[in-house]
Structures are given as structure tokens and as C-alpha cells.
Design a protein around this ligand. Structure first.
Ligand code: PLP
Length: 459
């Protein structure tokens, strides 16, 4: 009903829970179990805190979905959107047109980016950015007269979005089982030392995991492979932080086999790892980079694909028309918000801040949780990190029925007014980069209560 749409509170007795259950399909949700409980309805946000309709003040240890880098309630972003909406709320970038915000953003992003990523394409979501990157990689090889180079190499537990191409490139088997399986995709093991490292040191294991890529390339044949796609840190897969030896070796393997390297920086872009881009933190020189989320701090949907000179030269000078684009490619309001967001990131030095704050946070977590038998590892880079919950910290043994303990812990976090996400039995966090020391101490205290309660439940 229209009054339900235009008014934030239609009537005092409007049943939000019933309406949600009856009409709203949520992403990544088991609706049957969802409707057995209450949906948490978020009503506001300020800094690192959210409020819900039950009056809770919740510390958002996930920055939304890894995106609200500058925190909630930033008037600068509201003002940028308002000004642009008043001037020009929409125009497309097809058919020989552009708007000033999209040009300014392309210029600024490519100046910020490492290496020769001198060209930017825009879309609205990380998934669309990944789709675009994969289409570009294949088009590059087709243009160069090597149409057989089609296969995209990804990793188990990789997450590259929810479009069919992105889900096929990712390594989430549950998504594959629901139809997201396409020909010309292959996967290798992730550089997940805690889970798969066995007796190897992290450094040895980094080389071992990279070698799996080399072996896979031998098996398939480099002449059939277009690109390797990887997140510098696998976020949704459980904040899998590769050992230092991994990325330089992956870079070498891709170069030697003439395989394009796509860095999916949808989570790691814009300061999260302590540098502006995860590629800088890990010494990666990608041919193509995908960005989204913190590009606008999530205030409005926007994503970007940055393309290096080698690929761009072919696409620009030889391909002719690239038959690809979205109505909202380079949306002027989203680009204006991104520019204001980059102003904040730079003027407040949030990338460097993430490095310092992240080190402090891990120190505090180690103090508070380090002796708990259920805590196997606390890891992180900048302000992204994970706490492994384990059945045996000495042997790094996983719990049986993986995911059960993580879900219990996630619920205890909620009960303690803290958002942390569970990936299997790994608790992951990525708070706004603006988090203060006091807020971090509060986050640690809440996490400690939640994990102690989980330990009491499962032991
Ligand atoms: N790539 C990575 C690395 C991501 O983490 C995500 C989302 O979490 C995506 C792509 C997809 O982004 P979106 O949900 O905006 O489509």
C-alpha cells in the first residue's frame, strides 16, 4: 500500500515483522528459520553504532557488510548527494556522454591506484564489477586472437559476488549447487594456513598453496586460461590472510604463464588493510582491479573496475565496441558521494589509522581472549580480522558439524549488542575505520563476553 511506502511509520500498530515475513525475500537467508524468530530492524546509525527498533545500541563490528569505512551519519556525504541530486540526479554514460562527477572520479581513482591502472569503468555492485572484469579479460584474449584462453581460475572459499559469473568464479560450493556452475571455471585451494597448513610453517604453506595454482595451470594448459582472480584477503571466506610468501609467487606464476591477474578488492580497497589498496599491502601488481563497498562507504551503491594499460590498450584501440554496460554505470550521485568519501578517507588518514588501530585491536583481543581454550587464533591486517574458534587449539582441530559453534557465537554477539559475523566457526570483524580506542575496548569487552558464553555452551 502506498502509505506504507511513503511514510516511514505507516501507523503505530503496523506489524513490521508480519509484513517482512509475508513479503520480503532476504539475500542469503533460510526463510523458514528466519521467520521462526524476529527480524532485527535497524532504524539508525551514528559513528560505529547502530540502533534497532527494540531500542538497542549495537556496536557494528562489521561496518555494515565491510563497507561503512567512514562510519554512519557523515553529513558530508549527505550534502554531496543532495547537491548532485539537485543539479543532475541522473544521466547515463552511454552514447558519447559523460557527467562531471564520473570524469572526476575516474581521474582521481586512477591517480590513487597503484601501478598502471589508468582506466576506470563503473557499475553499481561488486558483483557487476567482477562480471565486467571477467568479460574484459576474455574480450582481451579474443581481440588478441587467442579465444581459447577462456578459463577463469579462482579459489575455494573465494567470494566474487552473486551474479552467475561471479558465483561461478567464487569457490562457495553452496552457490555452485544452486545453479551457479558454468563451464570454463576452475578452482584451487585457498592460502588458509590455519585450516590446511598442517605441520608446515606459514611461509612454507604460502609457497605450497601457490604451487597448487601452478599445478592446476599445467593440468589445464595455460593456452586455455584467461585470468586468475583472487581477493588479496579472502573476506567472506573467513578472512583468510595469505602468508607473505603467497602473493609474490602467484604474481610470478601468472606472469610466466601469460595469465591475467585480477585483484578483487571489493573488501580490501580503500584503507581496510592499512594501505589504500590491499594490492599495496601484499605487493600485487594486478592487470585489473575490482572495487565497491567502501568506495562510497556504502552510502549509495557504486563499484569500479580499474584496468591496467596492457589490457586497456587492447580494449580501447583494437576491440572496437565492448558490448557491455549498465544503466547506472557512473551514476552521477554515486560518483559525487564517492568523491566526498575519498576526501574523508584522505583528510582523516584512515588507511594509516587502520594499520595503527588494527594492531591495537589485535593486542587487546589477545589480552582478553588469548587464554580461552576455544580460541585457536586471532589474526588480522589493518582493521580486518578473524578469531578462529577451535575444538583443540593445540592441533587446530575444527569442530564437528562445522558452522554450529560459529552460529552460537554470532547469536551471543547479538545478545551483547555487537555485530560480528560467523563464517563456519570463524568469527570475522571489520569495524568502521573511524573506530576510537574507547569503542575498540567496548568491542573487545563485548566479544569476550560472547565468546566466553559460547565456550560455556559447547564444552
Ligand atoms: N567481491 C568481493 C571480494 C566481495 O566481498 C563481494 C561482496 O561481499 C563481492 C565481490 C560482491 O559485491 P556485491 O555484493 O556488491 O555485489
Amino acid at each position: 500500500m502506498l502509505d506504507h511506502i511513503v511514510s516511514p511509520i505507516p501507523t503505530p500498530d503496523y506489524d513490521w515483522q508480519a509484513a517482512d515475513a509475508a513479503h520480503h525475500l532476504h539475500p542469503f537467508s533460510d526463510h523458514k528459520s528466519l521467520h521462526q524468530g524476529r527480524v532485527r530492524i535497524i532504524t539508525g546509525g551514528e559513528g560505529v553504532y547502530l540502533t534497532d527498533d527494540a531500542g538497542h545500541r549495537i556496536l557494528d563490528g562489521m561496518a555494515g557488510l565491510w563497507c561503512v569505512a567512514v562510519g554512519y551519519g557523515r553529513q558530508e556525504l549527505v550534502d554531496a548527494a543532495t547537491r548532485q541530486m539537485q543539479t543532475l540526479p541522473f544521466y547515463n554514460t552511454f552514447f558519447k556522454t559523460a557527467t562531471r562527477p564520473v570524469i572526476a572520479l575516474a581521474d582521481r581513482l586512477t591517480a590513487m591506484a597503484p601501478g598502471d591502472l589508468n582506466h576506470a569503468f563503473f557499475a553499481s555492485s561488486g558483483s557487476e564489477a567482477v562480471d565486467t572484469a571477467l568479460r574484459m579479460a576474455r574480450t582481451y584474449w579474443i581481440t588478441r586472437g587467442k579465444p581459447g584462453k577462456r578459463i577463469i581460475l579462482g579459489r575455494e572459499y573465494g567470494y566474487h559476488g552473486s551474479t552467475t559469473l561471479g558465483a561461478a568464479a567464487g569457490g562457495m560450493v553452496d552457490m555452485h549447487r544452486q545453479g551457479a556452475v558454468l563451464p570454463d571455471f576452475a578452482h584451487v585451494m585457498p592460502p588458509y594456513w590455519y585450516g590446511y597448513g598442517g605441520q608446515m610453517s606459514p611461509e612454507e604453506f604460502g609457497l605450497y598453496a601457490a604451487k597448487q595454482i601452478e599445478d592446476k595451470i599445467r593440468e589445464i594448459g595455460a593456452k586455455s586460461i584467461a585470468a586468475f582472480i583472487g581477493e588479496p584477503i579472502q573476506g567472506a571466506g573467513g578472512v583468510i590472510i595469505p602468508p607473505e610468501t603467497y602473493w609474490p609467487e602467484v604474481q610470478r606464476i601468472c606472469r610466466e604463464n601469460d595469465i591475467l591477474l585480477i585483484a578483487d578488492e571489493v573488501i580490501t580497497g580503500f584503507g581496510r588493510t592499512g594501505r589504500m589498496f590491499g594490492s599495496e599491502t601484499f605487493g600485487i601488481a594486478p592487470d585489473i582491479m575490482t572495487l565497491a563497498k567502501a568506495i562510497t562507504s556504502g552510502y549509495i551503491p557504486l563499484s569500479a573496475v580499474l584496468v591496467g594499460d596492457r589490457v586497456a590498450d587492447v580494449l580501447i584501440n583494437e576491440t572496437g565496441e565492448f558490448y557491455h554496460g549498465f544503466t547506472y554505470s557512473g551514476h552521477p550521485v554515486a560518483c559525487a558521494v564517492a568523491l566526498a568519501n575519498l576526501d574523508i578517507l584522505e583528510s582523516e588518514g584512515l588507511a594509516a589509522r587502520a594499520e595503527a588501530k588494527g594492531a591495537r585491536l589485535r593486542g587487546k583481543l589477545a589480552e582478553a581472549l588469548g587464554d580461552m581454550p576455544i580460541v585457536g587464533e586471532i589474526r588480522g591486517v589493518g582493521l580486518i580480522g578473524a578469531i578462529e574458534l577451535t575444538a583443540d587449539r593445540r592441533t587446530r582441530r575444527f569442530f564437528e558439524r562445522r558452522g554450529r559453534v560459529g552460529t552460537i557465537c554470532r547469536d551471543h554477539c547479538f545478545a551483547n549488542d555487537l555485530v560480528m559475523r560467523a563464517v563456519r566457526d570463524t568469527m570475522v570483524f571489520s569495524p568502521p575505520l573511524t573506530i576510537t580506542d574507547d569503542e575498540m575496548d567496548e568491542m573487545v569487552a563485548r566479544a569476550a563476553r560472547a565468546i566466553a558464553a559460547t565456550q560455556a555452551d559447547v564444552r
